[in-house]
Design a protein around this ligand. Structure first.
Ligand code: ZN
Ligand code: ZN
Length: 388
């Protein structure tokens, strides 16, 4: 995990520095792990950054003439962590950041670092807690004020660079391979929990940092709960089993769901629901491209399920963005905004039909949005397959 700096991080930090200037901010506090890793390459669990706005071009030229040293310009930003990460941060964090190893609270040190200047400090109000906001306001030096800026960095993260897509693709391939190995040993007779544990173990053996979320393995009526916890009970024959899993690889997540039959003897209704969800999934997948909004793509798949009379049994959104976080923007749902999908978004398409007390089916693929095209990253077959 450590030992290699992400060459993209410095470039991204420079871009955010420009955006701050455009928005009338002088600095930005970055503390969510995904945003921090995106901008600094730091993959540890305890760090923080203060990015400084880039000076407008004319000012920068003037400053360079009169500058005491170019070094001050180059190390405009600040990265803070504790002594456990001295070596790791030294390897990972680019030169644009001055590094400080802090003994106390990172937040206090971040505020103290602003001493001697003044301006507006942006923070992400989607992540900074009320208590920490209060503490920050107390510690902030004279002349500084706080400005909420929701999802400024997350907004950039939604459009993936080729290097990021390559990592998500690798995570998806690894997760697919792990499930293939699991299916060879069969499903019926093993417990849901055993299958989930084995799946996570195999992903790790294949090189994953871990699962990208707790795997779901749910058989029969249990699969009617969209977020079922795997149980110790054995998976029966002749039922549908939903498996929802993903790998975390090189900082990026994958996400996939498949539903299998554990025997030819599944009910006629189970087959019908399976074919319906598959039809909705393929319709939704075909609608994914740059241009339409997440709401519009959701509606395409939802219409298929509604026309079959199962609208009320599909109670969640069609999909979500995936990247450094397993659930991020853009959303594909009835309540998503009108924002169009953009080339480079990576989203899931995962309709489901859940019949309480009876059965559940969900089928999910991970797809890269393109201009009039798409790349599906998950590759396991979707035709109803018996795995006994
Ligand atoms: Zn999933
Ligand atoms: Zn998902």
């Amino acid at each position: 995990m450590s030992g290699h700096a992400d060459p993209s991080a410095g470039r991204r930090a420079a871009r955010v520095a420009e955006m701050l200037g455009e928005r009338g901010l002088d600095a930005l506090l970055v503390e969510t792990p995904a945003d921090l890793r995106y901008l600094t390459g730091f993959s540890g669990s305890h760090g923080m950054a203060v990015l400084r706005a880039a000076a407008p071009e004319a000012d920068a030229a003037a400053a360079a003439d009169a500058a005491p040293g170019a070094d001050a310009q180059e190390r405009a930003h600040l990265f803070l962590t504790d002594f456990r990460y001295t070596t790791q941060s030294g390897e990972q964090v680019p030169a644009a950041f001055a590094r400080e190893i802090v003994t106390g609270e990172l937040l206090d040190a971040a505020a103290a670092a602003l001493e001697g200047s003044e301006g507006r400090l942006g923070f992400d109000d989607a992540s900074l807690t009320v208590a920490r906001h209060r503490r920050l306001a107390e510690k902030l030096p004279q002349g500084w004020e706080l400005r909420a800026c929701t999802g400024l960095v997350e907004g950039l993260r939604l459009v993936k660079e080729p290097v990021e897509i390559a990592r998500i693709r690798a995570a998806a391939e690894l997760a697919d391979e792990a499930l293939r190995e699991i299916l060879e040993a069969g499903l019926a007779g093993r417990s849901e929990r055993e299958v989930a544990i084995e799946l996570e173990l195999r992903m790790r053996r294949l090189g994953a940092e871990g699962p990208s979320f707790s795997s779901i393995v749910a058989a029969g009526a249990h699969a009617a709960l969209p977020h079922a916890e795997p149980r110790d009970e054995p998976i029966p024959p002749d039922v549908l089993v939903t498996i929802d899993w993903g790998a975390l690889y090189d900082g990026y997540c994958s996400d996939c769901t498949r539903t299998y039959a554990t025997g030819e003897g599944i009910s006629e209704r189970a087959r019908e629901v399976y074919e319906l969800v598959l039809a909705a999934q393929e319709a939704g997948l075909a609608a994914v491209q740059a241009g339409p909004s997440g709401r519009e793509v959701d509606a395409v798949a939802r219409a298929v399920i509604e026309q079959a009379g199962h609208g009320e049994h599909f109670g969640h959104g069609l999909g979500h963005g995936v990247g450094m976080e397993i659930h991020e923007g853009p959303r594909l749902s009835r309540t998503a905004g009108e924002e169009p999908l953009r080339a480079g978004n990576v989203v899931t398409v995962e309709p489901g039909v859940y019949l309480p007390g009876e059965l559940g089916v969900r089928i999910e693929d991970l797809v890269v949005v393109g201009e009039g095209a798409q790349e599906v990253l998950t590759s396991l077959p979707k035709v109803l397959t018996v795995v006994s």
